[in-house]
Design a protein around this ligand. Structure first.
Ligand SMILES: NC(=O)C1=CN([C@@H]2O[C@H](COP(=O)(O)OP(=O)(O)OC[C@H]3O[C@@H](n4cnc5c(N)ncnc54)[C@H](O)[C@@H]3O)[C@@H](O)[C@H]2O)C=CC1
Ligand SMILES: CC(=O)C(=O)O
Ligand SMILES: [Mg+2]
Length: 595
């Protein structure tokens, strides 16, 4: 290792192979960081204070008699001059670096983080281990200072948000230092810290990721990496990877397109794989596929760490995902890939494209459905009815995206199975669902109906009988249908308004159920306080992000349950891994939900 005085400015030369070492002698015109850039980034030089290594080295380079004969300020000037000459000379000598890839990123002597140039990333085995954007050291400092200052400001959710982010940061730092200890803390306190490493705090983390970014975790594949992915996967240090959670950042929780910052959700989900399913932390890999972002704010943000261009679409997009899948399965043929928070149009298409070939599943479509079915069956039991009554439940679903349609698809199949698994059973099961999206009730009269929603569009004949029309509002639907359950996967906070909840009082169920499943907390369709205060203690309540139970007085508690795919995906991954299943089938998810 070089002397302390010269560390930050040394040029970095990979010498992991002897052949490289030979060719990189000091005289060679080494094409590393451009020399100019290197000099521009050099901090001002000064003699180290007496007593430090740098100071001692320089002081001892002046003879004792000269030191005695000089006035203190003259001696100081001379020291300064000599130390400059020394450091400047040192700066021009390349560092002989015996490390590659993550080892460099974890070494504070050599790590430059996002300031590593693309050529350095290629030479040092770092490609894919950092977000794609290359920033200057000044930008790195700006990001750090912004983050430091943010602690003093109120973030999106008010003061408590800042506090949660601070907790996340402390946990994250522990993860950087000692992963075993991190997971022990998480496992022993899972109820307390799941809301920090996962929803809701992970939402704020993703929103602020470019500011919070310190050390990269996971891999980044960008549109610029086309044709390189097969070799890039070998930059990951683990020979065995069991679980990958991949996102393209296009729909992070209910927060929309967060681009490269969505990596936070993949990290959070994998934390739960380790803490809840006992997957070896050395065998998990969070992945971000950066194909740009359509978030105008991020496109203009100088600190944004992803590609600052609009999202790729169409075949170009699919080719990138194809290349990624081929690359990871070629290096780790037994890996399981969980797709997470892809916007709905791609969630369904990619699931259909890969599900029969690769060990993969889509958590938002399939994991959410499994958890919702488990909750719906629990609600039947809470009504004191036998499970076989499930196909009689009337369910209104607000939201027809990947999650809403995923739930309706899978829940109707569960009903149909209970009814005999034939065509009549499917038709009967279908008619138990009313889907309302941003344009109201979806019926077969809907123009440009989404093909995934079409099978569940209400038939014209049913509409007259029910007194409903195409596009009917959620309130109208709840009033007319008197559902047993209203289930929100709309990402619209407060959608289950006072009027909707009042209408639910007329439910035909003895214990109507409300599943306000949208995340994070602010996007919940209603709070448990609202539900219990309007409908009363008989309501069964569950939400995507955790809420406290409600004190109903007289020693009664209104239980606030959590309905989140986190109760399912770790088990799906673990089960697939242990069973050696070649694909993740619908049957596996149904079985998991029923268990
Ligand atoms: N609790 C859980 O385990 C999970 C929760 N989610 C949450 O579900 C939400 C939606 O996710 P995606 O389906 O992927 O999103 P998406 O954006 O594809 O779908 C949202 C749907 O809500 C509809 N919508 C918008 N405004 C509406 C309104 N006023 N009334 C009724 N419907 C309205 C839209 O038309 C669209 O169909 C997100 O907030 C996400 O966090 C998603 C997966 C799992
Ligand atoms: C929980 C989850 O997967 C989501 O909100 O997208
Ligand atoms: Mg999700």
């Amino acid at each position: 290792r070089p002397p302390a005085s010269s560390r930050p400015n040394r040029r970095i030369v990979p010498t992991h192979r002897t052949s490289h070492r030979k060719s990189y002698d000091y005289a060679s015109p080494f094409p590393l960081v451009g020399r100019n850039q290197h000099q521009l980034q050099r901090p001002p030089l000064a003699a180290g204070p007496a007593g430090t290594r740098a100071g001692m080295a320089n002081a001892s380079s002046i003879s004792r008699s000269l030191r005695r004969s000089l006035a203190p300020d003259a001696l100081h000037r001379l020291l300064l001059q000599r130390s400059r000459a020394f450091v400047t000379a040192e700066c021009h000598r390349p560092v002989v670096l015996h490390k590659r890839g993550p080892d460099i990123l974890h070494d504070p002597w050599f790590n430059r983080g996002t300031a590593f140039s693309m050529t350095e990333r290629d030479r040092l085995g770092l490609r894919g281990l950092l977000p794609p954007s290359v920033v200057s050291s000044q930008q790195q400092i700006d990001r750090f200072m912004g983050d430091l200052k943010r602690l003093e400001q109120n973030a999106r959710d008010g003061p408590s948000d800042t506090y949660q982010l601070a907790k996340w940061r402390i946990l994250n730092r522990l993860h950087d230092r000692n992963e075993t200890m991190y997971y022990k803390v998480l496992i022993d306190n899972i109820e307390e810290y799941a809301p920090i490493v996962y929803t809701p705090t992970v939402g704020a983390v993703c929103q602020n990721y470019s500011g919070l970014f310190r050390r990269p975790r996971g891999m980044y594949f960008s549109a610029e990496d086309r044709g390189e992915m097969m070799s890039m996967v070998y930059n990951w240090p683990a020979d065995q990877v069991d679980m990958i959670v991949v996102t393209d950042g296009s729909r992070i929780l209910g927060l929309g397109d967060l681009g490269v910052q969505g990596i936070g959700i993949a990290i959070g989900k994998l934390d739960l794989y380790v803490a809840a399913a006992g997957i070896n932390p050395q065998r998990v890999l969070p992945v971000m596929i950066d194909v740009g972002t359509n978030n105008e704010k991020l496109l203009k943000d100088p600190l944004y760490l992803g590609l600052q261009e609009h999202r790729l679409e169409g075949e170009e997009y699919v080719e990138i995902i194809d290349e990624f899948m081929e690359a990871v399965f070629s290096r780790w043929p037994n890996v399981i890939v969980q797709f997470e928070d892809f916007q709905s149009k791609w969630a369904f298409r990619l699931l259909q494209r890969y599900r029969k070939t690769y060990r993969m599943f889509n958590d938002d479509v399939q994991g959410t459905a499994g958890v919702a079915i488990a909750g719906l069956l629990g609600a039947v039991r809470a009504q004191g009815r036998p499970m076989i009554d499930f196909p009689k439940q009337k369910i209104v679903v607000a939201g027809a995206g990947s999650a809403g349609i995923g739930v309706v698809n899978a829940a109707s199949r569960t009903m149909a199975r209970m009814l005999g698994n034939n065509e009549v059973a499917f038709e009967s099961a279908r008619s138990q669902f009313w889907i309302v999206d941003a344009h109201g009730l979806i019926t077969e009269e809907r123009v440009d109906i989404d093909p995934d929603a079409r099978p569940f569009a209400r038939r014209k004949s049913e509409l007259t009988h029910q007194g409903l029309n195409e596009g009917a509002s959620l309130i109208e639907v709840v009033k007319k249908v008197k559902p047993d359950v209203i289930l929100g996967l709309s990402a619209v906070g407060g959608l289950f308004s006072k009027e909707v909840l009042e209408a639910l009082k007329d439910s035909s169920s003895s214990r109507p159920a409300i599943f306000a499943m949208s995340n994070p907390t602010k996007n919940a369709e209603c709070t448990p306080e609202e539900a219990f205060s309007i409908i009363g203690e008989k309501v069964v309540f569950s939400s995507g992000s955790p809420f406290d139970d409600v004190d109903l007085g007289d020693g009664k508690i209104g239980h606030s349950n959590q309905g989140n795919n986190m109760y399912l995906f770790p088990g799906i991954g673990l089960g697939t891994l242990l069973s050696g299943a070649r694909i993740v089938s619908d049957g596996m998810l149904q079985a998991a939900a029923e268990r």
